[in-house]
Write a new protein. Structure first.
Length: 436
């Protein structure tokens, strides 16, 4: 049997296993080892399993993942999300749609120290959604804002998805994190603008709250010193700001986790039980991520021996669509895959195949990382299988999937416009990395 036929059977088997609800990491590992064993031999394939697993879990570079995950769980369980929401609401809650704007702003702040879209969506489903409903916001809008705001966790540093992309493509994770800042701020601005437009177009649709006195607004700013300090220390160390030590991404993750732990303990918000819960959550999530990574690496060896990346590059570049035509085709593929699988699994599975195409076409790999993550963000909320929508449904029992998807439609349109802007003006993502 030819290598092309083996590769095709491998992909069919992979998607069949995923449809049978076999975990993605296990499915990729099983297909990768089986295909590699068929082409090379059983003994080398079995040796590859042990070597790959040991090398992955002991690699210093991969330490960035559990460190930032641990930082995120400490931050989440210490209640910083509620402080961010209260502070943002005190400034904009009196505006029409102000609670929605406050939710987006708080999601951005929380994402900047958490790095997880799913965690951000789950947290604000419990924090912001009840407040919006209490003030008379429609179910669809309240759920849509939380779903869209949750996607900011994939873009703003420390993003787990950007870190994994950097590890797979051997790009500087620090530069990827810095590259995500301006697009992340653009996302927040465009979401806020979308809410303002909805409030202006439908004055009776979004109510406004009471105006908060300036004394309470300033008090609200005082309670968010911890997340602000944590963000600027970690990102400032990555960026090499004056008066701060320069960190590698793994060191930044360790410093962030230690900082979140100390802040939680010193403020009395992390007790023994919450610390244990945080450690268990981070361990479970890290184990899941590493399982997918190991499976993807095994599947990658299978792809390499069948020369699938090179053949895909030849095929796409030979279509005569031009560089941006091929890019549009790749983006469409990611939108379709967003209906089928988790964002992180999507990145791990496809980037080893797509990345050679991108470098062959001359696109900047750091810029492409930002574009990929933004497209993955869109996959988190677009129907029929937006991951953030399922997260919100699991937390808020009285809202239907159809209602949530109705609420995210304006933000899906916003995301598509933002993608077009970033593709047209790559400097938005590349300006800060060029200053490093």
């Amino acid at each position: 049997m030819s290598t092309d036929a083996v590769a095709l059977i491998g992909f069919i088997a992979l998607f069949a296993l995923m449809l049978l609800r076999v975990p993605v990491g296990m499915a990729m590992g099983l297909v990768g080892v089986s295909g590699f064993g068929y082409l090379v031999g059983g003994t080398p394939a079995l040796k590859l399993v042990g070597q790959t697993a040991m090398r992955t879990v002991t690699d210093y570079s991969f330490g960035v993942i559990p460190m930032f995950l641990l930082m995120g769980t400490f931050v989440s369980n210490s209640g910083m999300s509620r402080d961010l929401f209260k502070a943002a609401n005190s400034f904009v809650g009196h505006l029409r749609g102000g609670l929605g704007i406050a939710t987006v702003a708080a999601c951005g702040g929380f994402a900047a120290i958490c790095g997880s879209s799913v965690a951000t969506a789950a947290t604000f489903s419990a924090v912001a959604y009840p407040e919006m409903r209490r003030y008379g916001y429609p179910q669809s809008f309240a759920a849509g804002v939380v779903a869209a705001g949750g996607t900011l966790g994939a873009m703003l540093p420390p993003s787990t998805v950007l870190a994994v992309y950097g590890l797979i493509t051997e790009q500087d994770i620090g530069k990827l994190y810095i590259a995500g800042i301006l697009p992340g701020l653009l996302a927040i601005t465009m979401y806020v603008t979308t809410i303002a437009i909805i409030g202006y177009a439908k004055p009776k649709f979004l109510p406004s709250g009471a105006r908060t006195p300036w004394r309470e607004r300033l008090a609200g700013l005082k309670i968010i010193w911890a997340p602000m300090l944590l963000f600027f220390f970690v990102i400032g160390g990555l960026y090499g700001l004056p008066f701060l030590p320069r960190f590698t991404p793994t060191e930044a993750g360790g410093v962030g986790a230690a900082g979140a732990f100390l802040i939680g303990v010193l403020t009395g918000r992390l007790n023994k039980d919450k610390i244990l819960v945080s450690l268990l959550q981070a361990t479970r999530t890290a184990a899941a991520v590493f399982t997918v990574l190991i499976g993807a690496l095994l599947f990658g060896y299978f792809l390499t021996i069948t020369q699938t990346p090179q053949k895909v590059t030849e095929f796409l570049t030979g279509l005569g669509l031009g560089a941006y035509g091929v890019l549009a085709l790749i983006m469409l593929m990611y939108l379709v895959l967003g209906c089928l699988m988790d964002a992180l699994a999507m990145i791990i599975l496809t980037v080893p195949i797509i990345f050679p195409v991108i470098t062959h076409l001359g696109f900047n790999p750091v810029w492409f990382g930002v574009i990929i993550v933004m497209t993955v963000e869109l996959g988190l909320i677009h129907p029929p299988v937006g991951m953030n929508v399922f997260v919100i449904k699991s937390v808020v029992k009285d809202v239907s999937f159809a209602t949530i998807f109705k609420g995210v439609i304006p933000f899906i349109i916003t995301d598509i416009v933002r993608l077009v802007i970033l593709i047209t003006f790559p400097v938005i993502a590349l300006w800060l990395p060029s200053r490093m």
